[in-house]
Design a protein. Sequence first.
Length: 382
Amino acid sequence: MHRRFMTLCVVVAIAAIAVPIAAARSLTPRAGTLTLAFEGPLTGGQAANGQDMLRGTKLAIAEINKAGGVLGMQIKLITGNDKATASIGVTVAENLVKQKPFGLIGPYNSSVGLANLPIYIAGGVFPVQLTSTDDTKKLGITVQPKNSQISPVEVQWMTEQKVGKVSILFDPDTYTKGMADRMFAALNKKGVLVTKIAIDPKSKDYSAQVAQAVTNNPDVVYVSTYYPQGAIIAKNLLDAQASHPTKCFMGLANQDAAFVKAAGIPAASACTFSGVPTPSQFGNTKSTAYVKNYAKKFNTNPGPWGIFTYDSVYTMVSAIRRAGSLNYHAVSKQAFRITNLSGATGRITIDPKTGYRSNVPVAILDVDATTGKFELTKLYTK
């Protein structure tokens, strides 16, 4: 996306928040319903994440409706599939806005959010968004980690490895490139020799890029991609280990059970990951119930991201209840003031200056070489 367009999107969105015509609208519930929208990659290479997030959203809505709804209203869900593509996300946003939902859960991909969050906001749809780029600051709120919260954890891990040489393989998408740039800057400042190599996310083989990355025998190869590409790279790195032994460090967007399935346990377990705790690793009453109810309702185990959309719905509902209405301005004000809200991912506090979660969980994980499951190595709260 061109820098000029990205800047225009942010300016338009901030203007929509600061001087909102649509944002000030109050929706009158129709037939006792509150319409919320979900947007994410429901098909394509990132569908496993998108479907997990949709299921987390549906589970929260089902629970809230069963308990009586919100201000006497039952929640109705409408969905949009952006296929992790910014141009499609723009069309999805335009179509969803026409259906006049009050709020949005999503989008997930940073490049998509940069393109379409301003459309939602200008249309009076309040987002609890899932993007990680800091360029979407104040475009709604989020309960997930942002680049500026993830990067220090990744750099700390690198520092603990006492690295002298690092190669970075990155997808030029907004989020993954942003994380690669942050890692490069931090390591370069520490005097580490860093090589950056871009990959084509549409490719099915990265053996040439991996061969280039390991040529100078780096201590670590850092992979800032989404999991479909990261899984291929992990297999290529495993093949290269015999002649070029190196550590493999996968960025957060690679954390998914689908990664392990695609890469295979030997390749996946040869890597360390930044990410978030899996739902069962949060270890609180709500997360335990989430895991149990998710499996019962959908006949499958939860992935890592649906628990965040689950909490996103409850965060949205909390703001609506505190506002006592569907007035956009009143709900937005309450959302940016949320403090110590009990969630399945832990206590949620929103920084009113950014819309970020101020106590967000970020983790370092490894894959068990026998079970293929993500094991929590270290948990940070940033």
